[in-house]
Design a protein around this ligand. Structure first.
Ligand code: ADP
Length: 331
């Protein structure tokens, strides 16, 4: 998903995508399991099992779908849940697939219900029923599909209905990347962008990237701009931190939304517990955005806790915001 990116930024993003599993940094378990699925399907001379990839945005789901198609020597078709509102939209895509094609459906949890039901049969039996006509005169015309591999992506596997989840032969959950892994991503990107960065510079950018390769690459471009304008030849830690301070990425990598969530939690709700949707309203965001974009990172950083009664700010959150934790705060 590249929503919000400038067109030329999207071109750069595409150029930085690793093209095979060996160049794909990190996620050792998913990489190993996926490689096995692909190898086995090559030996059996069958299309690969359907693959579900889950994890926060920017961790490499689209990239992996492209790699799967490349490794299988198959064409790739890209669509997304929100683009498929009618079963007919899905039927049009499915009926035009070629044998062995990889169909990538991003944000698959946002597909409409009727389309989802059509997908069940397509995944299981490579067949769909096309309904022609309306009301009492409606008839279902069965249509055989060429075998294909569905790669579904979702920010959280839990957002998918059970019957859909069960029809994937393999589910890979992508984790946030370590700073060392992000340094590798950045080294590769800097090389492709012909940028000079020293080790401390890479470390500085990597440690502010929210465990996310897309953010790492984006911050690297902002640091590049800053260095260019200031006539700096080699990017070091000072250059990187000066640039990133200007772009409001703090030393721990929290962006504006992350800080807004923590700030609201502490100042409006005394540190919680508060329900997720109330918190989302307080920062003017959709509940799903707070839940799938901001929250996983804040939880991983130990800044936000989930309790049965709602979200709470940890002592570290208060400290990070420079606020004093009230004595009666729940923690
Ligand atoms: P998602 O589909 O999960 O939102 P993408 O696959 O679009 O994420 O990845 C976003 C960007 O991050 C891509 O441009 C890609 O270059 C980079 N990226 C993601 N994962 C990796 C990785 N494991 N190694 C190197 N670069 C990566």
């Amino acid at each position: 998903t590249t929503a919000g990116a400038e067109p030329d930024e999207r071109i750069i993003e595409a150029a930085l995508r690793p093209k095979n599993l060996d160049d794909f940094v990190g996620q050792p378990r998913v990489r190993q399991q996926l490689s096995l699925v692909l190898e086995a399907s090559k030996i059996r001379e069958r299309v690969a099992d359907h693959v579900l990839l889950s994890g926060p945005p920017g961790l490499g789901k689209t990239t992996l779908a492209m790699i799967i198609a490349a490794e299988m020597n198959s064409p790739l078709r890209i669509s997304s849940g929100p683009a498929i509102q009618h079963a007919g939209d899905l039927a049009a895509i499915l009926s035009s697939l070629s044998e062995g094609e990889v169909l990538f459906l991003d944000e698959i949890h946002r597909m409409s219900r009727p389309a989802e039901e059509m997908l069940y049969m397509a995944m299981e039996d490579f067949r769909v029923d096309i309904v022609v006509g309306k009301g009492a005169g409606a008839t279902a015309i069965p249509l055989d599909l060429p075998p294909f591999t569905l790669v579904g992506a979702t920010t959280r596997a839990g957002l998918l209905p059970g019957p859909l989840r069960d029809r994937f032969g393999f589910t890979g959950h992508l984790e946030f990347y370590s700073v060392e892994e992000l340094e590798l991503v950045l080294r590769r990107s800097a090389m492709l962008m012909d940028l000079k960065v020293n080790s401390a510079g890479f470390y500085e950018v990597a440690s502010r990237s929210r465990g996310t390769p897309r953010i790492a690459n984006r911050l690297l471009r902002r640091v590049r701009d800053w260095a260019l304008v200031h006539g700096i030849e080699q990017i070091d830690a000072r250059t990187a931190s000066a640039a990133l301070d200007m772009y409001e990425v703090d030393a721990r990598g929290l962006d504006r939304l992350d800080r807004a969530v923590l700030h609201a939690l502490c100042t409006k709700f005394g540190g919680g517990p508060v329900g997720l949707s109330t918190l989302a309203i307080a920062v003017g965001e959709e509940t799903e955005t707070v839940e799938t974009v901001a929250e996983p990172f804040l939880v991983r950083e130990g800044l936000l806790g989930r309790t049965p009664r709602g979200r709470i700010a940890t002592p570290q959150a208060w400290e990070h915001l420079g606020l004093t934790m009230p004595k009666d705060a729940v923690f």
